[in-house]
Design a protein around this ligand. Sequence first.
Ligand SMILES: [Ca+2]
Length: 237
Amino acid sequence: MKKIIVVLAFLCLGFTYRGVNEEVVPIDGTCVLYLDMESINSTQAHDLSQSHNNGTISGATRTVDEYGQYLSFDGTNDYVNCGLATDLSSSDFTASVWIKYSGDNSWAISQSHTLTPSYSSDWLFPDGAQLRANIFFMRSVVLGDESTINDNIWHHLVMVWDRTSETYEGYVDGGSIGTSGTVSGYGGVSTVKVGSTGDATTGFFTGSIDDFRVFSRALTAQEIIDLFESTRGRYGI
Ligand SMILES: [Ca+2]
């Protein structure tokens, strides 16, 4: 009888743990940026990572629906300066975000670099007529078809940078859509931006952005599935 009670107690504890802990991918020291857009005011989006790089909001509007809170961008001059200025090329990295929009668009997430040839911006999830009809972009190496995501429904996008092979793998809604060609170096230098080019001068995003996370390591395919499955309920998909 004692054994049964002990086993039942462990089962209950385990169930409770899973129930209260939504973070299936740990927010440990490798999570260098995490804006869930729930804890924001008119000028600051709180960074839940240990880096504490709170984002400074310029124009983007706090929006609430039945699933939670996110930021809306007007495509004219709205952006968030995330404060994270790490050169992410010094290790593998992963960037994960939820976005929703329709039609043509521009930079959802970006960071400038100073490599040659020089671009004002680099990374991550741009698309539309202003650039190319792709989802992912890094130093002109593109991946994905924007027509699969510009349907005004929330989509989960993840880019995993492999420093050794200098390629990245793109994930849409938990599944891999393939690996890019060779990028030949990535050297982000300016602060990561949400909703514009890395220098926040052009390429403004029109639509909604939520739950942006950056890890200084490559998440596994299973972790990306777990991240998608554990957050999709907030977006009605
Ligand atoms: Ca949110």
